[in-house]
Design a binder for this molecule. Structure first.
Ligand code: GMT
Length: 387
């Protein structure tokens, strides 16, 4: 198949899923065209089946807000026509689904029907999409998509609850490339981080409010009161400065390292004993899955789709959002006993394997085929109606 993938090119979860999916599809012989405003962060190598088309937005002085969506729609028209794409797969509804709808309408004037699959990732529904500023357009463009997927059952339910959706939504969870995310031998790094064999706790995120990074610091302070430990905070974003200040106020700066954005997250996870994700809302929790694939148990909130990943008492624990005491107690419970920690580590790896890329990739491929077949019927009906 010839597939166009539209995504945010950043380190964010939706961009990572889109890029990893595109790479895997290309490895499986499909031709994949990424269409976005910058080279996707994880698209850092050459493959004969991978293409990147940059959307450039002209900066005319009249535009206080440069119209990215129009530039994207125009680029989609161009790439679909020139490359003869079979399908467009857009990740994150805003503004990708509506840009794809516009492109689809324009393409029909050239006698081309390109089916569009929209994948809902989370905040495009739970946070931004629900906002009245965008809601009518989000609802419309989801309903106009030829296929819609959500990364968890919870996100699917939330979408039906908050939007008037007529389309069937298929749940396809996040996946993990176990070849990349696996326990690496990083003894020297562990020694540098935890020279006295302290436990290593990790958090990775984009430090947005929804991630409750302040809770991570508070939980860690409670861990430290019982167990020698180090905390690695990976990523960057609006809450980072607050978190750094909080560490000073709590007097724990010696034990906390802020590592900023990192490419090789799997190497950091390889020295971790525990991962904390106390998010306010989390449609799936890809970062937690990455940790589990590296044999790291997870302490998470019970928000959104997290119960579909983290098995309470088996791969870690889940507590109510904001329940810092319960999360800290569960961290201490896991960390204070070597044998218990090993059991949680083994369980986490076993669970992560259920989301292996090799299992999820065919689900996407079959879904594409189904959508393309249905679109061919729609296209022939449109021709009949026109004649
Ligand atoms: O977590 C983020 O803030 C990034 C966000 C995104 O859209 O890039 O991630 C969302 O999509 C990921 C991939 O499907 C999910 O694993 C994350 O749970 C989801 N984040 C939220 O729902 C907050």
């Amino acid at each position: 198949m010839k597939i166009g993938i539209v995504c945010y090119p950043t380190f964010g979860g939706s961009g990572v899923v889109a890029t990893e999916l595109g790479k895997a599809l290309a490895d499986n012989g499909h031709q994949v065209h990424f269409i976005t405003y910058d080279q996707p962060a994880r698209l850092d190598f050459f493959s004969e089946n991978l293409f990147y088309h940059e959307v450039s937005v002209s900066q005319y002085p009249l535009f206080d807000y440069p119209p990215y969506e129009l530039a994207l729609a125009s680029k989609l028209v161009d790439v679909v026509r020139f490359e003869k794409l079979d399908l467009l797969h857009v990740h994150y509804a805003i503004p990708h689904a509506s840009a794809a709808f516009m492109a689809k309408q324009i393409l029909m004037t050239f006698g081309i029907y390109v089916p569009v699959v929209t994948t809902l990732h989370g905040t495009d529904i739970t946070l931004v999409g629900k906002d009245p500023t965008y809601k009518p357009v989000v609802t419309f463009s989801i309903n106009q998509s030829d296929g819609v997927t959500a990364v968890s059952q919870d996100l699917k339910d939330d979408t039906y609850k908050h939007f008037d959706i007529k389309n069937e939504i298929k749940v396809i969870p996040n996946f993990i490339d176990m070849n990349r995310f696996s326990l690496k031998a990083k003894g020297h790094f562990k020694l540098a981080i935890a020279p006295n064999n302290e436990r290593v706790v990790v958090h990775t995120s984009n430090f947005r409010k929804v991630k409750r990074t302040g809770d991570v610091i508070q939980i860690f302070k409670k861990i430290l009161e019982k167990i020698p430990a180090k905390l690695l905070m990976v990523g960057d974003g609006p809450e980072r400065v607050y978190c750094e200040r909080l560490c000073r106020e709590l007097g724990i700066t010696e034990n906390v390292r802020f590592l900023g954005k990192q490419d090789a997250v799997e190497e950091i996870l390889s020295v971790a004993d525990l991962f904390i994700m106390p998010s306010e809302s989390e449609s799936f929790g890809l970062a937690a899955l990455e940790a589990m694939a590296c044999k790291v148990p997870v302490i998470t909130s019970n928000a959104g789709g997290l119960p579909e990943l983290n098995i309470n008492g088996i791969t870690g624990y889940m507590d109510e959002v904001g329940d810092i005491d319960a999360m800290a107690d569960h961290c201490i419970y896991i960390l204070q006993d070597n044998d218990r920690l090993e059991v949680f580590k083994d369980n986490s790896l076993k669970r992560a394997k259920e989301f292996d890329l090799s299992l999820i990739l065919p689900v996407y491929e079959n879904y594409y085929k189904e959508v393309i077949e249905k679109a061919a019927i729609k296209a022939s009906l449109a021709v009949l109606n026109a004649s």
